[in-house]
Design a protein around this ligand. Structure first.
Ligand code: UD1
Ligand code: CA
Length: 450
């Protein structure tokens, strides 16, 4: 059965007190909207429709950056969740598969939960995701009869007896797309809020002789974000989950609560992550690699046996081969570092390629930017780059060559050569002694005069 995701993301998010639309606030460095879409990825959706409204252009841009196939539709006025879903109908015209309604401000739904909803869909026409609420507050309530979901009642419209129900509505719904759109079409707005409630589709489905049920999940998965406080809670919940998953898969985290993961961080078995390591998006760390304390990694790949940090920064496009060493205060960007090469101290390596077993001396910098354009540095195998070498790109250093410390290398260096690019040293015998004597005498004269 093919699946379409309908992700509601039109709301303003007033309580965020922000210029940024709510669904674009990041968790683990990535917009909540993307977390929601990615969670739906568990259902291998054939189509993704995002319903945007407030700051629709920014929302569209973010959705398309994640997946250019995404369809973004506009809900100009926010008249309610059913009205929002109805805006997706033209985009899914003729789509006969299932539709799942997700929310751009509910980023923590587990893929397994959506898979359980899909299983329940095999037996029921409409499947709603519910949860046992510790504090049911203003959530919609699920009115069950056995495992049949009779209807959902919004808090505002509920009787005292209905308000006593603790099984609450997450908002996530799954049904065949044509059925969903027919039901949504039939929803009216004669209720306490004067809104078109998506929740009304359950009673409408039952009246039409369709079956409905609820699947439940942990309350934490349905955590919706409406304020900065809730955003910080969602971030914490995400990190707790990511750390537990890493430990579960055989990664050593010496101080789990200090390590921050991104949604897509992948760390192999027997890798060691020391305290205070931050992963941005797009990082893969192979089995047995070692990331030392206070390192920051994003958009990079670290191979088996590599050691990174402490205090290293790996930026997008960095590829470390096996057994590479990246030491303290080294920044690497868009660079391929081949097997067993070492960049151990205080260096910037950007837009570069470093061959196998080459050693990059302390303080080396690839001068990759001329103020307008970026240029590449290519270093061969077994090269020795002396400390404090400035490699003014575009430039290349051949296999087995070396540079003298303190050199500014502006021309290509052939294999096996020594490149010297610094002023010749001159020693002036006795100069320092005479100079300091003169200065001291001057100072003595001055103090006498005062
Ligand atoms: C909704 C459910 C409620 C459930 C709760 C869970 C309805 C009527 N009620 O209530 O049963 O317990 O979620 O959090 O569905 N949105 C749009 N366009 C609109 C209206 C809403 O895109 O016209 C988006 C909002 O941005 C938000 C989400 O849909 O992300 C939920 O809407 P909201 O108005 O917050 O619904 P709740 O009152 O929380
Ligand atoms: Ca809400």
């Amino acid at each position: 059965m093919s699946v379409a995701l309908i992700v509601l993301a039109a709301g303003k998010g007033t309580r965020m007190n922000s210029d940024l639309p709510k669904v674009l606030h990041p968790i683990a460095g990535e917009a909540m909207l993307i977390h929601a879409i990615a969670a739906g990825g568990a259902l291998d959706p054939a189509r993704v429709v995002v319903v945007a409204g407030h700051e629709a252009d920014a929302v569209r841009k973010a959705a398309l950056a994640f997946d250019p196939e995404t369809q973004v539709v506009l809900q100009a006025e926010q008249l309610g969740t059913a009205h929002a879903v109805a805006q997706a109908a033209p985009a899914l015209d003729g789509f006969e598969g299932d539709a799942v309604v997700l929310y751009g401000d509910t980023p923590l739904i587990r893929p397994e939960t959506l898979a359980r909803m899909a299983e329940a869909r095999a037996r029921h026409d409409v499947v709603v995701l519910g949860f046992e609420a510790a504090d049911p507050g203003r959530y919609g309530r699920l009115v069950m009869a056995g495992d049949v979901l009779e209807r959902i009642v919004e808090f505002k419209d509920a009787t005292e007896a209905e308000r006593a129900i603790t099984l609450c509505n997450s908002g996530v719904v799954m049904a065949a797309a044509p059925v969903l759109f027919d039901l949504v079409e039939a929803v009216g707005n004669d209720n306490a809020a004067g809104e078109y409630y998506l929740t009304d589709i359950v009673a409408l489905a039952r009246a039409a002789g369709l079956s409905a049920t609820a699947v439940t999940c942990e309350e934490g998965e349905t955590l919706g974000v409406n304020s900065r406080t809730e955003l910080s809670r969602a971030e914490a919940a995400f990190q707790t989950r990511a750390r537990a998953e890493a430990l579960e898969t055989g990664v050593t985290l010496q101080a789990p609560e200090t390590v921050h993961f991104a949604r897509d961080t992948w760390v192999g078995r027997d890798a060691v992550i020391e305290p205070y390591v931050i992963f941005g998006p797009g990082v893969t760390v192979e089995s047995g690699a070692h990331i030392r304390a206070f390192s920051h990694l994003e958009g990079c790949h670290v191979s088996r046996g590599a050691v990174v940090g402490p205090y290293a920064r790996l930026r997008p496009g960095t590829e470390l081969s096996e057994d590479v060493r990246i030491g303290n205060f080294v920044e690497v960007k868009n660079a391929l570092i081949a097997e067993a090469a070492k960049v151990n101290h205080l260096s910037y390596i950007g837009d570069a390629e470093i061959g196998e077993r080459s050693n990059i001396g302390a303080g080396t910098i690839t001068c990759n930017y001329d103020g307008v354009m970026k240029h590449r540095t290519t270093i061969g195998r077994g090269v020795f780059i002396g400390s404090d070498t400035m490699l003014v790109a575009p430039v290349s250093v051949g296999d087995g060559a070396m540079t003298a410390s303190g050199s500014v290398i502006t021309r290509d260096v052939e294999a096996g050569a020594l490149a010297l690019g610094r002023a010749r040293q001159e020693n002036k015998r006795g100069f320092a002694t005479r100079f300091f004597e003169k200065l001291r005498a001057l100072k003595a004269q001055k103090t006498k005069g005062e």
